[in-house]
Design a protein around this ligand. Structure first.
Ligand code: PEP
Ligand code: MN
Length: 357
């Protein structure tokens, strides 16, 4: 039984200097697990004033280093492109692949221009998801790549915008790449745990989830000295740390009994979705308690028949829209509502008790 070997893209968020690049490239190309080097040369910064990359100058360093260093011949390099002019430069300096960044995927006009520039070049293209949780924008960009005849197209899951950066810098919302897999099963999906996590600590857990969900690989930011990085310092790991992390990943097998493997991947997806379902239910019952508090204040009955009727009607409309069997949804809501009434009654009683004490 052999393990499915993940496709690993690693490299600095940004090329900062010739020496930083050569240190990173020397270490990463010596790692047998690394399949491609990433190196950002044009950096999309959300706000002006930050380091925006050295552009063409950095591409010159990349080309020179590849010629000077004895790098494995088959080691490809990639950088981000956001304009047709970037594509021309990437080709001029011998890049093998490019990635379309999250902010660009969100703009179909730009994606169209980029894919026109990529037509017939033979470059591989990686498409990051747009920052908004809209799987159609991601699919649209992948389709535009395919329409111009790009043969090697991969999707990169880098998470979705959050208002406050608490646990994640970008929320993974695994259901979105899962939906992409369902709708475009032929497209390999890589996970970019660096931009999801925003800090080193969560990288391994995210990378493992991606492996468990059957993703084909990872794109990880790696810098020889992350603390000094000009961009994304908190999330970059040294090549050594990357090696340790990859060593800890539990890789799943590519069994010849293909159905077993497919079932395992699908069951992992079900486990994730069920966890989310229960988290949503838990959040719903917390809101029920807040409602109980308001009702208790105004001395209103816990059970409000009018509200229950209209809620059920609305849920039935949503069920129809989503193609769910109405009878099933009705029974499910009767159970949820009964539990909500129980939670509210218990909560109201506990409020009374604490007021009486
Ligand atoms: C990057 O990979 O460095 C980058 C800017 O990523 P994203 O487009 O996912 O924000
Ligand atoms: Mn980055």
């Amino acid at each position: 039984m052999s393990e499915k070997v993940p496709y690993i893209i690693a490299g600095p968020c940004s090329v900062e200097s010739r020496s930083q690049l050569s240190e990173a490239v020397a270490a990463l190309t010596a790692m047998p697990q690394v399949s491609m080097i990433r190196c950002g040369v044009w950096k999309p910064r959300t706000r002006p004033g930050g380091f925006e990359g050295w552009g063409e100058e950095a591409l010159v360093w990349v080309r020179e280093l590849r010629e000077e260093m004895k790098i494995r011949k088959e080691m490809p390099f990639c950088c981000e492109v956001a304009k047709p002019e970037h594509v021309e430069k990437a080709i001029k300096y011998g890049m093998d692949a490019v990635w379309i960044g999250a902010r660009t995927t969100a703009n179909p006009f730009m994606v169209q221009e980029l894919t026109e520039a990529l037509r017939g070049t033979g470059l591989a293209v990686l498409v990051k998801n747009a920052p908004s949780p809209d799987v159609r924008l991601w699919i649209g960009a992948l389709e535009r790549c395919m329409q111009v005849g790009i043969k090697d197209v991969k999707a990169v899951h880098r998470g979705f915008d959050v208002f406050k950066n608490d646990k994640y810098r970008n929320n993974p919302l695994w259901e979105i790449p899962i939906e992409l897999r369902r709708r475009m099963p032929e497209v390999p999906i890589l996970c970019d745990p660096s931009h999801i996590a925003g800090r080193k600590k969560l990288l391994l857990m995210l990378a493992q989830t991606a492996m468990d969900l059957g993703f084909e690989g990872l794109m990880v930011e790696s810098h020889p000295n992350p603390a000094e990085a000009l961009t994304d310092a908190e999330q970059q790991v040294t090549p050594e740390e990357l090696g340790e992390m990859l060593g800890q990943l539990v890789l799943r097998s590519t069994d010849s009994r293909k159905a077993d493997e497919e079932l395992r991947v699908l069951r992992e997806q079900i486990d994730h979705l069920d966890r989310q379902t229960l988290q949503i239910l838990a959040a719903r019952f917390e809101v029920s308690k807040q409602i109980a508090r308001v009702k208790a204040k105004d001395n209103l009955a816990v059970f409000q028949p009018k509200r229950w009727d209209s809620l059920l009607q609305q849920r039935m409309d949503t069920a129809r829209e989503l193609g769910l069997r109405e009878e099933f949804v009705k029974e499910m809501y009767e159970k949820i509502h009964a539990e909500s009434v129980r939670v509210q009654t218990e909560y109201t009683d506990s409020l009374k008790e604490s007021n009486n004490q």
